[in-house]
Design a protein around this ligand. Structure first.
Ligand code: F0G
Length: 372
């Protein structure tokens, strides 16, 4: 019997809306590391067990692959030849890669000048048709929904419910890795699909039905096969310049250095609100300055290199642990959504400068001694 990991659809086939007619389009996504933080928790002065679910370790470098394997497999099942999405960069990278594998055309709408080069390179390399719009993500999302009614293209943004079904598997993996649900789960919120997907996953893992689950209709396959007894408190963090959940309404000109979550009109508004209220959690906002500090510390103190938007979950968790809002003794998981190699410009701008020296022993030796 082969033990080769074949991706999250095969792993969780009995918990996903697929059957023998679904052509599985996979890049072996999922099964990402749950890394315990060993240095940063102590900076809070409190004792907690803190983990990052490093979903930047997926094949295209972000959690989007979890949703995309489902969305593209279901599109293939329907016989679709083309997919479309609006994106701040990661969805477009994932859509492009999975479309390439499925022999489909991916059309991706991105905000002009607002996605990092790593993400743009991915969409281009995988052969997507890249449509750079003179507008932001929210403008692109609106256009995608309109064009899907007028052209033979399947939307693969998280308004497609199969996306959340794929993304819920991250919660299953966490519960399996810990042997139970965490007490708190902290997560970046942009278009609000991922927090909704996690809540579906955590709910199914303990046999709870949730209003958020649009597909199981009360017939949750986990009901008879619980993995855990409890669900975590869900905490969603937004960038202060793009924080519609904190303002209580859409934000028309979202702005943040965390370009992945530069979103003012989240599509999964109701599902995310339900996840937070059902779990007795909260939304909070983080300034660009704060999230960039954590972005640097995660790389330099923990060895976890993520993109700026991803650091917001750890930044918020550390703040809430320090203040006592998340109580001492808690088990806290944070989703780290995307890899640092996606946005090297921001990483380089925030790091110590490179030291240039002559190519001789004396120079190398004195440089080393200067730094010890
Ligand atoms: N972190 C990263 C790295 C992201 O790319 C995104 C969303 C989020 C967090 C927020 O997740 O939208 O489910 O609340 N990126 C989308 C994109 C919008 O187009 O790549 P969410």
């Amino acid at each position: 019997m082969t033990t080769r990991y074949k991706g999250l659809i095969e792993r969780y086939r009995d918990r996903l809306p697929v059957d023998s007619n679904t052509p599985v389009v996979s890049l072996c996504e999922g099964d990402t590391p749950l890394i315990q933080l060993v240095n940063l928790p102590a900076t809070t002065g409190k004792s907690v067990e803190m983990y990052v679910k490093f979903d930047g370790m997926n094949p295209t470098g972000s959690f989007k692959d979890r949703g995309m394997t489902m969305a593209v497999s279901k599109a293939a099942e329907k016989g679709a030849k083309a997919i479309v999405c609006a994106s701040t960069g990661n969805t477009s990278a994932a859509a492009a890669a999975y479309a390439a594998r499925a022999g489909m055309t991916a059309f991706v709408l991105i905000p002009e000048g607002k996605i990092p080069m790593g993400k743009l390179a991915q969409a281009m390399a995988h052969g997507a048709v890249v449509l750079q719009i003179r507008g932001n993500f929210d403008d692109g999302m609106k256009l995608v929904k309109e064009v899907a009614g007028e052209a033979p293209v399947e939307i693969v943004n998280s308004v497609n419910p199969f996306r959340l079904q794929g993304q819920k598997t991250a919660a299953f993996e966490i519960v399996e890795a810990l042997g139970k649900a965490p007490d708190y789960h902290c997560i970046p919120v942009g278009n609000a699909g991922n927090i909704s997907g996690y809540w579906i996953g955590y709910s199914e893992a303990c046999g709870h039905n949730t209003a958020s689950c649009t597909l199981c209709n009360g017939d949750c396959p986990y009901l008879e096969n619980k993995l855990t007894e409890s669900r975590p408190v869900m905490v969603g963090y937004q960038a202060a310049g793009a924080a519609p959940f904190l303002r209580g309404e859409p934000v028309s000109e979202p702005e943040t250095v965390a370009t992945a979550i530069r979103i003012g009109n989240p599509q999964s508004w109701d599902l995310a609100k339900a996840a937070v209220s059902e779990s007795k959690g909260w939304f909070d906002e983080i300034s660009d300055e704060e999230l960039l500090v954590t972005h640097g510390l995660l790389a330099s103190r923990e060895g976890v290199f993520c993109e700026p938007a991803s650091a917001i979950s750890v930044c918020g968790a550390l703040r809430d642990i320090k203040s006592g809002k998340i109580p001492e003794g808690s088990v806290v998981t944070c989703t780290v959504t995307g890899h640092g190699l996606k946005d090297t410009d921001t990483a380089i701008a925030g790091a110590d400068p490179v030291v240039t020296i002559d190519a001789d022993l004396a120079s190398v030796k004195s440089a080393i001694l200067n730094h010890i």
